[in-house]
Design a protein around this ligand. Structure first.
Ligand code: HEC
Ligand code: HEC
Length: 263
């Protein structure tokens, strides 16, 4: 009796190993299942591009670029008034008279400058002169906007310049060649169609009156100047530096008239 009792309670080394292994099986299985569960959850979440959060994150990431394209495609910029340009850019120097800038409203400062004439002042404001940076340092300002700001400042100091409504006088001066749209088609096809046929990078499509009408309203001289010098996504001379000004003018005339404009 004592013997068999001892036999029942005393385990052999094999029995101990077996029971230990059997005891470990359950936790090991549990760990295995948990790992599988975590992996499967991760798997489900990794390629998640459809959830709202994922789409928002993607939109945020591409926003700067998308914004740029949207700007180019849909909204040729609305040109600011002279006062708006002044308040945004020129005031920095022209209100305190920084760096020797003629002070806003100061007839003594402006008198001799005004006597140079509106065209010269515009030219200096566009190109810069001494400490005065080109376009007041804001390369995004159009010729028209700069010309308006010049008139705004000069008129506040006693001048009677008439700010341009649409086309800048400086741009008009830049266009020498008289456009002939009938000669522009071939130039267009060779140089401009690559972007303007399909609307690459927000280029206004050839013949698309809706896309061209706000541009056409800037006037031929401004369009020509933008095609000559480039503007935003539009490279100077359409990227062909060897293009003659006469050919370029003809192509601009072609695009303009196809877009519903009159020369
Ligand atoms: C960083 C400072 C600065 C900013 C910004 C600035 N200007 Fe000036 N501007 C000057 C200085 C300095 C002069 C005087 C240059 C000289 O004659 O030596 C000047 C002169 C001028 C003149 C007179 C040029 C002449 O021929 O006598 C005009 C016109 C002018 N600025 C227009 C503008 C317009 C328009 C803007 C805004 C779009 C602007 N400026 C923004 C510093 C500035
Ligand atoms: C690499 C592409 C590309 C080529 C090539 C190109 N353009 Fe453009 N063009 C653009 C884009 C983009 C715009 C719109 C720019 C903006 O307003 O943001 C544009 C705008 C214009 C405008 C309107 C400017 C304004 O003030 O609204 C004219 C005019 C123009 N292009 C003429 C031409 C002519 C002429 C050629 C060929 C000699 C040409 N483009 C070739 C991309 C191109």
């Amino acid at each position: 009796m004592a013997d068999s009792h001892a036999k029942m309670t005393q385990a052999t080394p094999q029995e101990i190993i077996i029971s230990v292994l059997a005891g470990l099986f359950a936790p090991l299985l549990a760990i295995f299942l948990i790992v599988m569960l975590v992996l499967s959850i991760q798997d489900k979440h990794l390629p998640d591009t459809t959830s709202e959060a994922a789409q928002k994150a993607t939109l945020d990431r591409i926003k700067p670029f998308a914004h740029l394209v949207a700007l180019d495609a849909n909204a040729p910029k609305v040109e600011k008034s002279g006062q708006e340009v002044f308040d945004a850019v020129c005031t920095t120097c022209h209100t305190p008279g920084a760096l020797g800038a003629p002070k806003f409203g100061n007839k003594g400062d402006w008198g001799p400058r005004i006597s140079q004439g509106y065209e010269t002042l515009i030219k200096h404001a566009l190109e810069g002169i001494r400490q005065m940076p080109p376009r007041g340092g804001d390369g995004d300002l159009s010729d028209t906007e700069v010309a308006r700001a010049v008139a705004y400042m000069a008129d506040a100091a006693g001048a009677k310049f008439k700010a341009p409504e649409a086309a800048a006088p400086a741009a008009a001066a830049a266009s020498t060649a008289k456009p002939d749209p009938s000669k522009g088609k071939a130039v267009y096809e060779a140089n401009c169609a690559v972007c303007h046929a399909t609307g690459v990078a927000g280029a206004p499509k050839m013949g698309d009156k809706a896309a061209w009408s706000p541009r056409v309203s800037q006037g031929y001289a401004t369009l020509y100047s933008h095609a000559l010098n480039g503007i935003r996504g539009m490279p100077a001379k359409g990227g062909n530096a060897g293009l003659s000004e006469a050919d370029l003018a003809n192509a601009v005339g072609f695009l303009m008239t196809q877009g519903g404009g009159k020369l």
